[in-house]
Write a protein that binds this ligand. Structure first.
Ligand SMILES: Cc1cc2nc3c(=O)[nH]c(=O)nc-3n(C[C@H](O)[C@H](O)[C@H](O)COP(=O)(O)OP(=O)(O)OC[C@H]3O[C@@H](n4cnc5c(N)ncnc54)[C@H](O)[C@@H]3O)c2cc1C
Length: 510
């Protein structure tokens, strides 16, 4: 389509668009290009599979000795959609590919502390009341272009002030905020934390479905890919670790650790924010200051699920969630989730506990054995009347040591602005960026990554096809700011900047 640069040796494989990463964003970008008749692309992927952070593993065994499949990464379709309203594209795909899911009932929760079951569920209602007030305050800040606050400050001003020594309130605080954001309210922006929740749970719906499909969550991503890639399609280069991206106004050359290179007219980099922050890939020339600043202004969280199988289900089989308030440490193995119940994996005797942020990183640094013993001790406190046995199977990922991810998903700390985010999202010459973190409205979610891949694909297809449609939003490079201006006026929150607030998903548009 477009004349491409030459490498010095003339040995690089040539393509029109190099798509870096085969997670949902990369596959969504490739699908969009393919629909726009841009079929000359290559997808370069570090791992031996597509799906990225939609990553599952075999775990434990059923009565016949066959392993279960559990999700290390994304597990919920979050915000399905209301009848007649917009539908979450992930839910559309889940239905299309028959993904097995179960409604996640967050109200089905029992509360515990070091002395066993203790009902402190009234604190959940207290948090909810404050949350609604803080949410309104966040909306006012955004609309009137005022100074942001930490979510902690916003919640405190709305009446939710958990004392540091009140372990029950701290457990509730963790469950109601960190469980989603994977950061504390102190580490999170009030405005963008609230906006993120609103845009997903109010625009789509507040229904989340937990994926139990034994083919894995990435079934939907493989399903998308099967629409435009053949089996063993030469355009999908698995086991290809990108080490350098050389970009300019004429094109992009991508080098990989196997000594190969790909020359493209355009490239779309979908690597996680963690990968960008950890210098896994070098850029030639170095990324400009405005881009580097954006990469380091946003934060990459750690959200770790630790799976255990026992030889019996010693916990109540009618409860989905078990919240534990540790007397000493906030976030210490705070939330257990049973899979051994109807709709999940009945009689599997599997339960998992989620840790986030510093406590997740701590668990990552520990041996499996150390972590296992700590959790068993917690379970013995929660269920003092039961002989809690040793787990028969035990597994957890270490997201910060996965060189293709470096963390779980991104967050907006206090002080981040839409302009900063536009800089994270903006292209640098012919190198474009996409992925979960480049979505301002749905960061941290699969659907954010999907929308972003579609947007990058559309814009590049528009540029390649000479912008015939004359569509001003799809045919312009993304805007960036050499100098940041503090806050952003309401008018800047538009779909051009990825702010999909008023955009309805068109189910006829795949
Ligand atoms: C623990 C956890 C729980 C989550 N829970 C949910 C959830 O319940 N619901 C939800 O909607 N979202 C959830 N998410 C977020 C969701 O998984 C992500 O938003 C989404 O998968 C990101 O897709 P992506 O395409 O942007 O990035 P990725 O999936 O990370 O894709 C990027 C691809 O680039 C590849 N890559 C990286 N570096 C290189 C390199 N140097 N060379 C070549 N290839 C490279 C990677 O291998 C990867 O395949 C969760 C994430 C995690 C980690």
């Amino acid at each position: 389509y477009v004349s491409q640069p030459r490498d010095q040796e003339g040995t690089c494989q040539k393509t029109t668009v190099a798509i870096l990463g085969a997670g949902i964003s990369g596959i969504s970008a490739a699908q969009t290009l393919s629909k726009a008749s841009v079929d000359d692309f290559l997808i370069l992927e570090y791992r031996d599979r597509i799906g990225g952070r939609a990553w599952h593993e075999n775990f434990g065994q059923d009565k016949d000795g066959n392993p279960y499949v559990v999700e290390m990464g994304a597990n919920w379709v979050q915000g399905l959609g209301n009848p007649g309203g917009p539908e979450n594209p992930i839910w559309t795909l889940a239905k299309e590919f028959g993904l097995q899911t179960t409604y996640s009932n967050y109200s089905n929760i029992s509360t515990y502390n070091q002395d066993g079951y203790k009902d402190y569920s009234h604190l959940l209602d207290e948090f909810d009341e404050a949350y609604d007030i803080a949410n309104l305050a966040a909306g006012k800040i955004l609309v009137e272009n005022l100074q942001d606050q930490t979510a902690k400050a916003g919640l405190a001003l709305a009446g939710w002030k958990p004392k540091s020594h009140d372990s029950k309130a701290q457990a509730v605080d963790w469950w109601m905020w960190d469980f989603e954001a994977s950061f504390t309210p102190l580490e999170s922006s009030l405005v963008f934390g609230m906006a993120s929740d609103n845009l997903t749970s109010n625009q789509f719906s507040d229904h989340d479905n937990f994926v139990t499909d034994q083919r894995g969550f990435n079934t939907i991503i493989k399903g998308m890919a099967s629409k435009f890639l053949t089996e063993d399609d030469p355009r999908l280069l698995l086991n290809t670790k990108v080490t350098n991206i050389t970009y300019g106004p004429e094109g992009v050359t991508v080098y990989s650790s196997d000594g190969n290179c790909v020359q493209a007219a355009y490239a779309i980099c979908t690597f996680s924010l963690g990968v960008l922050q950890n210098d896994v890939v070098t850029f030639t020339p170095e990324l400009p200051e405005w881009k580097k600043t954006a990469v380091h202004m946003f934060t990459m969280g750690t959200y770790t699920k630790i799976f255990m199988q026992f030889n019996e289900t010693f916990w109540p089989t009618d409860t989905q969630y078990f919240l534990y308030a540790d007397p000493a440490t906030r976030g210490y193995y705070p939330l257990f989730q049973s899979l051994s119940m109807d709709g999940f994996h009945p009689e599997s005797n599997i339960i998992f506990v989620t840790v986030t942020d510093e406590l997740a990183q701590r668990a990552e640094r520990q041996s499996d054995e150390e972590t296992k013993q700590e959790i068993v001790e917690v379970l013995r406190k929660m269920f003092p009347d039961v002989e809690v046995p040793e787990p028969t199977a035990f597994l957890y990922p270490r997201w910060n040591t996965e060189p293709w991810s470096y963390g779980s998903y991104s967050n907006w700390p206090m002080g981040t602005t839409l302009e900063m985010h536009e800089n994270l999202r903006a292209n640098v010459d012919r190198l474009w960026f996409s992925g979960e973190a480049t979505s301002p409205s749905y960061f941290g979610f699969l659907h954010g990554a999907w929308f972003e891949g579609r947007d990058a694909g559309r814009r590049i297809a528009g540029l390649l096809n000479g912008c015939k449609e004359g569509n001003s939003t799809t045919c312009v490079p993304r805007k960036h700011y050499e100098v940041l201006h503090g806050t952003s006026p309401l008018a800047d929150y538009s779909s051009v900047n990825g702010w999909e607030v008023s955009s309805f998903y068109d189910s006829n548009d795949d």
